[in-house]
Structure formats: structure tokens, C-alpha cells
Design a protein around this ligand. Structure first.
Ligand SMILES: [Cu+2]
Length: 470
């Protein structure tokens, strides 16, 4: 995170807090005024928000996100969410025009404590009506936010109030339950963490606690507004509306106990994989998992509408990849729906095409790795298919990919990115300079295999003959 942008975000919040404080001395009528909404204009990861009042808790960090400040009024925590069009930098070089909350998509993470009494003002600055559903919460039915079913929709220009008690600790989300297909495809969603009120045998104290909300967009290269009618064929697979190399790394201290909370509001499942460590699923949107249900994993599938909370001890130093294991989900726009040219000899073709379209490039006949390092002219406002530079070269990734950086010198509580990892001598894969030993070959044909004596072509010959005979 860059301190200059962090302070810019804080300045806007403080300006808002000043207004709220000024209002509070005016009189009884003004006391009923809404808390000034805090607006965030940066996509940088904000440091954890230490609770200034209310019950204490250990705050989370939302990658490329922030936590909503609140106002305490007569023992009630008051938040103000503003549903509005926003500009979100997906990664450097691309800005999407989305709908979100309080200046960003996703909206701010809401952090409360089990037992907190809450009042959440929701102002609608969208061109159509909306609501907010508090996914996973126990609450009065009329606060559940399903437009038409449990409440009237919030018309454009209006503010509604939601009031409930945060009844159980856990990892939750919020999103509209009104024209959902459009509003969620436009980026309207946010993270919610209810911290435990007291020590809970199933909820361990951790040193770092990260939040990732998975979303997906279909933004045509050269444009900025998502196609909201896309069902599955998205071209931007994002975490907190960011795509690699725009996703900040998870920076931890060696031997830290790390929790990562992952929610999925895309249209497909994402097997989330971490290198170099094993983790356990310690919670779902249903709450903490019983100890007997926990087993070691290195990949956890997060289905649509689910939350998974994973925990591990970061006891291996280095830069560890963390990504969705669907290989198309670690690619950005420009990588999907292109013709497969592997093995095609197109010598002689390129000159003819370039005579008509001078900047035309043909590539991919040896695979797509060239794309990782290539500086190729792109349409305006899109991201290369695979990109990102590591200390050894092009990382050839995009989309749902980031790095878990484990360092012994990372100060406690410091979430800033450390310097490049320095591998101990002799611990990096290297080219073999000596003579390669002859490879021992497996001589046996094996049961059920075709004979290894060169007669494997017989079947093909026989089939060819049959076709000729027809
Ligand atoms: Cu995925």
C-alpha cells in the first residue's frame, strides 16, 4: 500500500467524521442525522482498522480493500453504506466502471462483534432500486433484504435503515437481493466479519486475518462497463475486484498463524490452492467447523455463494503462489476464445496477412508462454492475458492469483510488502550443466499394453484398410 493514497483515503473519511461531529452539537434534531458515509477512492490495501470504541477485537485486512468506520450512538453501532456507480482499478492499466458501495467495489468490509446492536443506513444512488441482503446472518425476517419478499425495494434517491443484532460470530457477505443478475455482475457486494465476543474453543486467535471476496466480470477489451448478461464466459476473474498483478500479496511473518476468509459471489466454483503449506477449513458461512471435521488440505473448493475460512501456520519462508486452480481463472482478458494454433505451421501465412493488416501477429504454435513476456499492443483499457514480473522473469499469470510472502524479518502487525525473497544458496532449481545420464527405459510391454516391438501400428493399418474396403 502506498502511504500517500492511504492518507488520501483517510483524509476523506476524517472530513466526513468532522461533519458528523459538527452536526452532533447542533441539537436534538440534528442528532437523528445520518452518519456521514466514509468514501474510499483508492484500490490499495488499507491497514487494519483498530476498533476506536465498542467491544475489542482483532481486526481483519481486506486485500485491496478497507473496513467501514462506524459511529457509536446510544450503544448502537451505526454504519452508512451508499450504493452508487464507482470506478474501480482492476489492475494498473485498466479501470472498470462498476456499481459498488462508498466509492469502491467491493464495498467496505463491515466488522462487528457478536452481540453488537447494529443500525445500517443504506442510501441508493443507483439509477434503479436496490436492497441489501446480509448473507448468512441470523436476523429478523424483515431485515433480510429480499426486495418484494421481506421489504419494499429502496428507490433511487432514498435511504433505508436495517437494524439487527450480530447474533453469531463468523464470515459473511452482503449483496443486493434486487435485480441481482445486473447488480452483482456490476460489482455490488461486500465482506462482513462478526468477531467472537469471548474466547471460543473453535475460534483461535490468529496473527493475520485476510478477506478475499471472489467476483468475475465480462468487460470487452477497450470498454469499461461489464456485460451483465454474461452467464459463465467472464473474461476477468477477480479477488476483491482486482486481477493479478493488481492483487496485493499476503505479507506475513514467519511462523504467524494465518487465517484467510474467502467468499464466492461469481457464477462458478473456485478451487483455491496455496503452495508450500497445508491448511484446515476452520469455518464456513454456517460458523466455525467442529474440530473433528478438520483435515489437512492444500486446495479448498469454494462453491458459488459459499464462504470458506482456512487457517495455517506460515512456517515455510519464501514466495508461495496462491491461486484458483482453474487455469483459465489465472488468465486475464485476451486469453479466452482464441484459436488453438499449437502445432500449426503457418510460415508463409504471416506475410500475406501482414500485407493487409500490418500489425497482425500470429503466435501460439509452440504454446502461449511467449505472451507472458511480450509487450504486445493491446486495445485501450484491458489487461494482457498473462503477466506479472517476478525476480526470475515473467510469472505468466493473471486473474485469481497472488503471492503469500513469508519472511522472518516482517514486523508483527505490518502488512506492507517485504523485499524480494533471498533463497539460501543451493535451494533454487537450476539448469543441469553436466552430462545427462542415459534414461533407463521400461522394457516390459505390461499387461494389456500393445507390444513394444514396433507392431503398434498394426491397428491403424487395419482401420485404414477397412475404410478403403468400404
Ligand atoms: Cu476459479
Amino acid at each position: 500500500m502506498k502511504p500517500d493514497t492511504a492518507s488520501r483515503g483517510r483524509r476523506r473519511f476524517l472530513a466526513g467524521a468532522g461533519v458528523a461531529a459538527a452536526v452532533s452539537v447542533v441539537g436534538r434534531g440534528a442528532l437523528a442525522a445520518l452518519p456521514e458515509p466514509a468514501i474510499q477512492d483508492s484500490a490499495d490495501t488499507m491497514p487494519p482498522l483498530a476498533p476506536p470504541n465498542g467491544r475489542p477485537y482483532d481486526p481483519v485486512v481486506t486485500l485491496n480493500g478497507w473496513t467501514a468506520p462506524w459511529r457509536m450512538k446510544d450503544g448502537v453501532k451505526e454504519f452508512h453504506l451508499v450504493a452508487e456507480p464507482v470506478e474501480r482499478e482492476i489492475a494498473p492499466g485498466m479501470v472498470a466502471r462498476l456499481w459498488g458501495y462508498n466509492g469502491q467495489s467491493p464495498g467496505p468490509t463491515i466488522e462487528v462483534v457478536e452481540g453488537d446492536r447494529l443500525r445500517i443506513f443504506v442510501t441508493n444512488r443507483l439509477p434503479e432500486h436496490t436492497t441489501i441482503h446480509w448473507h448468512g446472518q441470523r436476523l429478523p425476517n424483515g431485515m433480510d433484504g429480499v426486495g418484494g419478499l421481506t421489504q419494499p425495494h429502496i428507490p433511487p434517491g432514498s435511504t433505508f435503515v436495517y437494524e439487527f443484532v450480530a447474533r453469531r460470530p463468523g464470515t459473511f457477505m452482503y449483496h443486493p437481493h434486487a435485480d441481482e443478475m445486473t447488480q452483482m455482475a456490476m460489482g455490488m457486494m461486500g465482506f462482513w466479519v462478526t468477531h467472537p465476543r469471548r474466547r471460543d474453543p473453535l475460534i483461535r486467535k490468529v496473527d493475520r486475518d485476510f478477506c478475499i471476496l471472489m467476483n468475475a466480470y465480462d468487460v470487452e477489451p477497450g470498454s469499461a462497463v461489464p456485460n451483465t448478461n454474461t452467464m459463465l464466459d467472464f473474461n476477468l476473474w477477480t479477488w476483491n475486484s482486482r486481477a493479478f498483478p493488481g492483487i496485493d500479496s499476503l505479507n506475513v511473518r514467519h511462523d504467524d498463524r494465518v487465517r484467510v476468509r474467502i467468499g464466492n459471489l461469481t457464477m462458478t466454483n473456485h478451487p483455491i490452492h496455496i503452495h508450500g503449506h497445508e491448511f484446515e477449513v476452520t469455518g464456513t458461512d454456517g460458523g466455525p467447523t467442529p474440530k473433528g471435521s478438520r483435515w489437512p488440505e492444500v486446495t479448498v473448493d469454494v462453491a458459488v455463494g459459499q464462504m470458506r475460512q482456512i487457517e495455517f501456520v506460515a512456517d515455510e519462508l519464501g514466495d508461495w503462489a496462491m491461486h484458483c486452480h482453474k487455469s483459465h481463472h489465472t488468465m486475464n482478458a485476451m486469453g479466452h476464445d482464441v484459436p488453438n494454433l499449437i502445432g500449426i505451421d503457418h510460415r508463409g501465412l504471416i506475410d500475406k496477412i501482414q500485407a493487409l493488416v500490418p500489425e497482425y501477429m500470429l503466435m501460439g504454435e509452440r504454446g502461449m508462454a511467449d505472451m507472458g513476456a511480450m509487450e504486445m499492443p493491446l486495445p485501450d483499457n484491458t489487461l494482457p492475458m498473462m503477466t506479472g514480473l517476478g525476480p526470475f522473469g515473467a510469472v505468466e499469470m493473471g486473474g485469481m492469483f497472488t503471492v503469500l510472502k513469508v519472511r522472518s524479518e516482517q514486523p508483527r502487525g505490518d502488512y506492507r510488502a517485504p523485499a524480494d525473497y533471498r533463497h539460501p544458496a543451493g535451494t533454487v532449481a537450476r539448469p543441469w550443466a553436466g552430462q545427462a545420464p542415459p534414461a533407463a527405459r521400461h522394457g516390459a510391454a505390461g499387461a494389456g499394453a500393445l507390444p513394444a516391438d514396433g507392431t503398434a501400428g498394426i491397428e491403424l493399418v487395419a482401420r485404414a484398410g477397412r475404410r478403403r474396403a468400404r
